[in-house]
Each structure stands twice: as structure tokens, then as C-alpha cells.
Design a protein around this ligand. Structure first.
Ligand SMILES: [Zn+2]
Length: 223
């Protein structure tokens, strides 16, 4: 007989997040909205072998990239016909643009996602430079663009985090007595940016023992 396993609140939270991600993948409802890494020469082969020119109807299409119109990870791809008397061509960008509120100019979705990725693993701009080099791709967005987007992603993350914690707290309250204040079990844990006593930044989280969801977080800094 196996001994029952006791999961700590943090492990419960990680399990919840992983289950949600796997459910989203399994539902498959958003495949059309994925970003994919694709080798350009393979794309060229498939294009010229299977697609015909919009005008002369020949298998004479080729790809070209206008690097001056590239915006970080967002590329401008031109498809054109190589037939002597045909001038057909079309171009498109590899990412849509996201604007917030009344902004007249937004940021390409792929750039926002890549900055969000770097932040999520506690890294910065150089990680994206490294990423591009390893993929044999052109350089990513510039450092000033990275800083601007990282700041906006930080604001948005804070907003979503606060909403999520209020929702999690209401869930705990509804499952227990309605007294104010009420008692509930939490697991409190902290972490520092660096080992030893030299770190200037730390974070403390309170996770519900009942639901495994984060109820509160506090970032501490003496910088
Ligand atoms: Zn043509």
C-alpha cells in the first residue's frame, strides 16, 4: 500500500497551472493563433511547389525579406512571381499589432510575447539576443524597445495578478465562514534574487492551503 502523498501549497499551485496549460493545449481551439518556428528554406520549397501565382497561374513564386521593414521578431515577407512578364507580388507581416486604449501606435504581438517570456524566466534583453543567435535569425528588438515593452508588460502583469488574487480570496471566503476577519490556512514562502546576504530584492507569497491559489504577494527591495 502506498503512503498518501502530501502536497505543499506551492506544489498544488504549480499543478493547477500545468493542468490549465495542458487543458488549453488539448482543447486545440486556438491553433490558428499559434506562433511557430519555421525554417525559411522549407517554406520556400512548399510555396514554390504547391502554390501558383495569382496572375499567371504558374509555380513561379518566391519569397523575399525586406530587413529595413523588420520590427524585431516581426518580419515583412514579400511573395513575388519570377515569371518574365508577370509583376504579381504581395507582402505581409508575421505578427499583428496590439494597441492599448487610445494608443495610436502599438507593439507587435510577437515582441510582447518574447519580452514576457524573458521576464518570466528572470532574464533580460540579452537572452533574446542569444535566442536569435542560436536560431540563426536576425537580431531581436532593440534594448530601448525591450525596456518600453517590459515596463508595460510589468504593469499589465501587476493588474492581472491583483485581479486574480482578489478572485482567489473570494473563493476561499465563500468556502468558509463569512465572518470578517475570517481564518484560513496559508503557506507563506519567500525567496531572494541572489544567494547569501547581498540580495537587494526579495519576494514573499501567501498561498491558500485549501485551493492552492496565490492570495497575496509582496515584493521587497531596498534599492
Ligand atoms: Zn505570375
Amino acid at each position: 500500500m502506498n503512503a498518501p502523498t502530501l502536497e505543499c501549497a506551492s506544489a498544488q499551485k504549480l499543478k493547477l497551472d500545468l493542468e490549465q496549460f495542458q487543458n488549453e493545449l488539448a482543447s486545440g481551439s486556438d491553433h490558428s493563433d499559434y506562433f511557430m518556428l519555421i525554417n525559411i528554406s522549407l517554406l520556400q520549397i512548399v510555396l514554390s511547389a504547391n502554390l501558383r501565382c495569382g496572375e499567371c497561374k504558374e509555380h513561379t513564386l518566391q519569397l523575399d525579406f525586406d530587413d529595413s521593414d523588420r520590427d524585431g521578431f516581426c518580419h515583412q515577407i514579400k511573395v513575388f512571381c519570377t515569371s518574365a512578364d508577370c509583376m504579381w507580388q504581395s507582402s505581409f507581416k508575421t505578427s499583428s499589432e496590439i494597441r492599448k486604449g487610445s494608443e495610436t501606435r502599438g507593439h507587435k504581438e510577437v515582441k510582447i510575447r518574447m519580452v514576457s517570456f524573458a521576464r518570466s524566466i528572470g532574464r533580460g534583453h540579452f537572452t533574446l539576443v542569444n535566442f536569435s543567435q542560436h536560431l540563426n535569425s536576425p537580431p531581436p528588438l532593440t534594448l530601448p524597445a525591450y525596456t518600453t515593452i517590459a515596463s508595460k508588460v510589468g504593469d499589465a502583469s501587476r493588474e492581472v495578478g491583483e485581479e486574480s488574487m482578489i478572485k482567489a480570496a473570494l473563493e476561499v471566503r465563500q468556502a468558509n465562514s463569512d465572518t470578517d476577519p475570517m481564518k484560513c490556512g496559508v503557506s507563506v514562502d519567500g525567496s531572494w534574487q541572489r544567494r547569501g546576504d547581498s540580495s537587494h530584492n526579495g519576494v514573499v507569497t501567501a498561498i491558500s492551503v485549501e485551493t492552492g491559489k496565490c492570495l497575496d504577494v509582496s515584493v521587497l527591495t531596498n534599492v
